[in-house]
Ligand binder design. Structure first.
Ligand SMILES: [Zn+2]
Ligand SMILES: [Zn+2]
Length: 155
């Protein structure tokens, strides 16, 4: 079985209750902004895993959104800001306050923003997340290989 421990990703075999076709989940253990600030928060737990915390801005409102580190899971918690499905957000690093870098357009018309799975800004090791609330699109790149949902399902 392939594990991506060194690159901040972890693949965990599951009993496959919720996803019988997959049987494995990918968990993001580490991720960083382009300046190497960790976006993993041990103050926000999703089950046994630490959540990912991003600062978000919409209009004049600013808050924090916590995301599940389990790839494909849409669970999220927002603090100080109300999110509505379909809204486009500005995603920022909570540490340096800089906008996350763009990875490319999302098929929904939003923008994929990048979090790196190593403390250096290397697009070969990154997670792309759409800035539209509720958009299920996310991509993980590891060793230059794009792990799409299709690849995920066939692991
Ligand atoms: Zn930062
Ligand atoms: Zn999208």
């Amino acid at each position: 079985m392939k594990r991506f421990d060194k690159d901040g990703l972890m693949i965990i075999p599951t009993p496959g209750k919720s996803r019988p076709e997959a049987g494995k989940v990918i968990v993001i253990k580490e991720c960083y902004c382009q300046h190497g600030h960790s976006l993993v928060s041990n103050r926000i737990k999703f089950g046994q895993y630490n959540g990912l915390a991003l600062a978000v801005r919409k209009g004049s409102a600013q808050g924090i959104v916590a995301l599940s580190p389990v790839y494909g899971e849409k669970f999220r918690v927002s603090i100080d800001v109300n999110l509505e499905e379909g809204e486009l957000l500005t995603l920022l690093c909570p540490e340096c306050g800089e906008q996350l870098q763009s990875y490319g357009p999302c098929s929904c018309g939003g923008e994929l923003k990048v979090m790196f799975t190593r403390p250096v800004a290397d697009f070969n090791y990154c997670v792309g997340i759409c800035n539209r609330v509720g958009c299920p699109h996310a991509e993980i790149k590891n060793e230059g290989q794009l792990m799409t949902l299709t690849l995920y399902d066939s692991l």
